[in-house]
Write a protein that binds this ligand. Structure first.
Ligand SMILES: NC(=O)c1ccc[n+]([C@@H]2O[C@H](COP(=O)([O-])OP(=O)(O)OC[C@H]3O[C@@H](n4cnc5c(N)ncnc54)[C@H](O)[C@@H]3O)[C@@H](O)[C@H]2O)c1
Length: 371
């Protein structure tokens, strides 16, 4: 059993629920600088081991793993401190929001032998798991192209103070999900090009960076992909469309995984067409509090996978290198928005001395993912 400390109790609430319901984890302590939020979570889960000081989690010898859910711009520092104190790390997405600290974190993780796993939650959702399993089983053949999008009415999110700061970008906060899906199937992206804008809703709310974006990608082997995101307006009825979706168009079939709806459709290599919906037991596992804006079931799935990786000595993906590769892609996307030009990922990696470290990893991930 792995012993867990959780830092940041907004989204960390889902991780509390996940750890408390899992046989593979023992929740040891939770932490947030906001005392009132600690009280609230303690009461909600009847779990009373909390602190307002991160140092207390770091110094606790009974904690093996720290799970980090602080605002994006604080992740690098919080991951660094956890590694320096000999803890394994789960860090929510986006792993970091700037590559300048990536080499240091990678070095620290290698020096300490501690694992860093990126909580890329949407990979661990039922339709995404099924889509991946079908793809790996060869049911739809080899990938021709992939499209992924995340369109959500996140106007409520703008009430969080840090959402209106210069440092907050939907590019990292939201598009990290569909961009990760692209890399899951097509890790060796070579170049990206995109346009973005702040919608009138975003402008009125005081948002500083783009909330509406469209990108296209080219991989080293010539395959292409696209991603889009829109975050401050209403969405289609769920019966017709999904807020987050991934479409694989392959040589012998095609598939689409829809997130919040727990829906998956596939045309297989025999021409069979299937649409799968998961029922109440799955809804209960994935969505445990009000609404569907949280991901407790996905978190339990990924925490258990990470616990297995520590106990059985395998690498849980996305690991730190894959996480840095995704941040490099996001940074290239960001640069394309600001320059209006196509951007090569290798140039972004070079700026931070990461070319060899990450590019060789991309090649080996491409080997793993290619059928
Ligand atoms: N699907 C997902 O994986 C998913 C979903 C939502 C949010 N997230 C990620 O979770 C992170 C947090 O997002 P959120 O929506 O919960 O934000 P939030 O603002 O609600 O919560 C962040 C919490 O961190 C606390 N905090 C900040 N600095 C701290 C410190 N030094 N020590 C202790 N506590 C500290 C804040 O007080 C706050 O309560 C973000 O990186 C976000 O991208 C991931």
């Amino acid at each position: 059993m792995q012993r867990l400390g959780i830092l940041g109790l907004g989204e960390g609430r889902s991780t509390m629920s996940a750890a408390l319901q899992s046989k593979k984890w023992e929740l040891k302590k939770i932490c947030d600088v906001k005392a009132e939020l600690c009280h609230q979570r303690a009461k909600e889960f009847d779990f009373h081991q909390y602190t307002n000081s991160y140092q207390e989690l770091l110094d606790d010898p009974e904690i093996d793993v720290i799970a980090i859910y602080t605002p994006d711009h604080l992740h690098a520092e919080h991951v660094k401190l956890a590694l320096q104190h000999g803890k394994h790390v789960v860090c929510t997405k986006p792993f970091i929001d700037d590559l300048s600290k990536a080499a240091e974190l990678l070095r620290l993780s290698e020096q300490t032998g501690k694992k860093v796993f990126i909580g890329q939650s949407s990979r661990f959702f039922e339709p995404a798991k099924r889509q991946r399993a079908d793809f790996e089983a060869g049911i739809i053949g080899d990938l021709i192209t992939i499209e992924a999008y995340y369109h959500a009415d996140h106007r409520w999110f703008l009430e969080k103070g840090w959402a209106l700061q210069e440092s907050f970008k939907w590019l990292y906060g939201g598009l990290s999900h569909p961009a990760d899906f692209i890399r899951w199937y097509l890790p060796n992206i070579e170049e990206v090009m995109g346009y973005g804008m702040i919608s009138s809703n975003g402008k009125n709310a005081g948002l500083k960076n783009e909330d509406t974006m469209h990108f296209i990608f080219k991989a080293t082997d010539g395959r292409i992909a696209r991603v889009s995101g829109a975050y401050t307006g209403p969405t289609q009825p769920a019966a017709r469309d999904s807020g987050m979706s991934t479409i694989l168009r392959c040589t012998e079939g095609a598939s689409q995984a829809d997130y919040h709806e727990l829906r998956y459709s596939v045309t297989t290599n025999t021409g069979e067409e299937k649409i799968i919906h998961w029922g109440d037991a799955y809804l209960k596992h994935y969505f445990r509090f009000e609404g569907q804006s949280h991901h407790a079931g996905e978190y339990q799935n990924y925490l258990e996978y990470f616990a297995d990786s520590i106990e059985q000595g395998f690498t849980a993906y996305p690991d730190i290198k894959e996480g840095i590769g995704t941040v490099a892609l996001l940074q290239a996307m960001d640069k394309s928005l600001s320059t209006g030009m196509p951007v090569k990922i290798v140039d972004v990696l070079k700026e931070h001395g990461l070319e060899e470290l990450i590019y060789s990893n991309e090649r080996s991930l491409a080997g793993v993912n290619e059928r």
